[in-house]
Write a protein that binds this ligand. Structure first.
Ligand code: ZN
Length: 361
């Protein structure tokens, strides 16, 4: 990979070591003919070090990460002693402005990378962002949430076959890492190709800033910066670690109204009930939806009304034989640990009730 350019100048502004600057990157023009700008905060430590980019709201409605970056900018939870930190609280300013995932041309920015300078609105935006920011960074953390009507237990997604990225991703301290390269055209897929080793965090829901999700993201970012010696201290180890490329959406067989029996982050055994699909009054069980294998609830629907084929529960499958160790680790966790608090918080988005002795299938 070619050496990265000096982090001293950003969009024509000089940022000296041991200082910070709030900048704007012009990315497009509005229907009114005015500039459309993306706010970018650049922090530089006193010593030299890597350049790391933290991005949020590439999907304009996924603003938990925006909350996390705002928290970092306002409260400075760590001292940056080395390197450069580039903070972008909202990448997709068009979607953010309209509470939507997409751009005004109805394209998904996170499927439009690398784009081109002569392409569509999405393509031009993607290309400019890569050229002006991503290309200049060695590492990236892109913050996402589940899509509409779903929630995710926090999980990191990264290509662990890249050794440099694997160390960075493990340092984040997430219990769950899904091993993959990311969808074609996504920021992280293209960033990695440009030598910017990028992971994503998937946590919580759209349209919300959830306090424990913000805490989880800020802790993970701090851990990653510690790993790169940009911030003092050692990264904190998670209570358990699952690294898997085996995940599966369990889907509804029938239309109806779900009674959930699990919440995000829960451990489920093979054949255990995930949800019971009932008639509207709740008296008649139409189907019991069960876990096909031992797994951990990575994400789930928050809307209980389903049609056949609708996704109900996204399970992560640890390697065979790993479950007893994970169960013991969770059992040892204190109620006030972040893992348990985030489980409690996310469980409030679904009504979890004990399964009855329904035997319909
Ligand atoms: Zn997203």
């Amino acid at each position: 990979m070619p050496a990265k350019p000096s982090p001293a100048s950003w969009f024509g502004t000089t940022v000296k070591p041991d200082s910070a600057a709030a900048l704007s990157l012009v990315v497009s023009e509005s229907y009114l003919g005015t500039d459309v700008t993306v706010p970018v905060h650049v922090w530089r430590g006193k010593a030299e070090g890597p350049t790391v980019c933290i991005t949020a709201a590439v999907h304009g409605d996924e603003i938990n990460g925006t909350g996390a970056i705002r928290h970092i900018i306002r409260h400075r939870p760590f001292h940056l002693s080395a390197g450069t930190l580039v903070l972008v609280p909202v990448v997709n300013v068009f979607g953010f402005d309209r509470h939507t995932r997409y751009l005004p041309d109805r394209r998904d920015l996170n499927r439009s990378f690398p784009g081109s300078s002569g392409g569509s609105l999405a393509g031009r935006f993607a290309r400019l962002f890569l050229d002006k920011i991503t290309r200049r960074c060695e590492f990236g953390i892109d913050l996402h949430t589940a899509s509409l009507r779903r929630t995710n237990f926090p999980n990191v997604r990264a290509d662990l076959s890249d050794e440099r990225l694997a160390g960075f991703a493990r340092a984040f301290g997430a219990e769950l890492i899904v091993k993959n390269k990311g969808p074609k055209g996504s920021l992280r897929e293209q960033a990695c190709k440009l030598g910017c080793a990028t992971l994503i965090l998937e946590a919580g829901e759209v349209w919300k800033v959830e306090s424990s999700v913000v805490e989880y993201a800020v802790r993970g970012i701090t851990n990653c910066l510690r790993h790169l010696n940009m911030v003092e201290g050692k990264p904190r180890e998670p209570g358990y670690r699952v690294e898997t490329d085996a995940t599966h959406w369990v889907r509804a067989k029938h239309g109806g109204f779900l009674e959930f029996h699990v919440a995000p982050g829960d451990i489920v055994g093979r054949d255990e009930p995930i949800a019971t699909n009932t008639d509207l009054a709740g008296g008649q069980s139409l189907s019991v939806i069960r876990a096909p294998r031992d797994g951990i609830v990575l994400g789930m629907t928050t809307i209980p009304c389903v049609a056949p084929g609708d996704p109900v529960c996204h399970l992560a499958y640890p390697s065979r034989g790993a479950m007893p160790k994970i169960e013991r680790a969770v059992h040892r966790m204190r109620d006030d640990s972040l893992h348990e608090r985030i489980r409690d918080d996310l469980a409030r988005n679904v009504r979890v009730i004990e399964p009855k002795d329904h035997d319909a299938d």
